[in-house]
Design a protein around this ligand. Structure first.
Ligand code: ARG
Length: 274
């Protein structure tokens, strides 16, 4: 039986959510977005975390920032230390300062803003030992070295090569962090990575759960695990089965409105590691 670890999350209600511009291949402003439906789906996600025993804080959404719901992109928090964000797209740039202010006003004393393009947990995944860091579409590889310096943890760079999987968190997630006795476990879609990064992942995680193209195509890897329960998009049935075989508890949710912007459960969820 796997043991869930209580988490603290920061989320942003999708009050002003829309698809008005195109910064990834999922976004099409001609496809209508149902804002009420997005809010319903987001609310179920938030309440699911609370039901699982996690605590969720909320940041006030801002008009004119339709992607602010994707809180994961705005901070990497480890041991209470915060490395903020610097967005590649000018349309999202202002989000970083709203989150910086939230951290400062909510008791985070050690907040550093990056000098390089850094889309935070969109491209950074903590395994309990090393910080996996994606690049190729958004986060600048120089931001990986900056993260190592600011957060004081070893960083492993991984190169993404398929524009549909533009952030690391669209292609990989951590199922269970490493403990004193157990290595970390991750799930990923090999097809999203360069050959060298694939070999690196095989070497680091020989026991990983491998997702297939179908799992990836519904953003099934954009999942959130507490070490036991794995919240993932409802369409990722193959991945859910593979997780169940490994004794994880899949919690499928409908997050289809947010996927119209290239998002899923993980994108909406910034983890506050105190
Ligand atoms: N429309 C947003 C963007 O392209 C989606 C971000 C999704 N967030 C994530 N962590 N993958 O920036």
């Amino acid at each position: 039986m796997r043991v869930p670890v209580p988490r603290q999350y920061l989320m942003c209600p999708p009050r002003y959510f829309a698809v008005d511009y195109v910064i990834n291949p999922w976004m099409d402003p001609d496809v209508p977005v149902d804002a009420d439906r997005a809010t319903e789906q987001w609310t179920v996600l938030r309440d699911t975390y609370r039901r699982l025993g996690h605590s969720v804080s909320e940041i006030e959404p801002q008009e004119g920032l339709p992607d602010m719901v994707f809180a994961a992109n705005s901070g990497t928090v480890l041991d209470g230390r915060v490395l903020g964000a610097r967005f590649r797209a000018p349309e999202r740039a202002a989000e970083a300062e709203h989150f910086r202010r939230w951290f400062v006003e909510n008791g985070f004393r050690d907040v550093t803003m990056p000098t390089r393009v850094n889309e935070a947990e969109g491209d950074f995944a903590w395994t309990g030992r090393v910080l996996l860091a994606g690049t190729g579409f958004r986060t600048d590889p120089a931001a990986h070295a900056e993260a190592q310096e600011v957060l004081g943890v070893p960083v492993v760079s991984l190169r993404l090569t398929d524009p549909r999987f533009y952030h690391l968190d669209t292609a990989l997630f951590v199922l269970a962090e490493a403990t004193d006795t157990e290595p970390a476990q991750v799930a990923y879609f090999p097809g999203a990575f360069s050959p060298g990064s694939r070999r690196t992942l095989e070497r680091l995680f020989p026991d990983a759960v491998l997702a297939d193209a179908e799992d990836a195509a519904c953003l099934g890897l954009n999942a959130v695990s507490d070490g036991r329960n794995v919240v993932l998009p409802v369409e990722a049935t193959g991945l859910a089965d593979r997780l169940a075989v490994r004794d994880y508890e899949p919690i499928p949710l409908d997050i289809s409105e947010l996927r119209k912007s290239g998002g899923g459960p993980k994108c909406c969820t910034l983890e506050l590691r105190k």
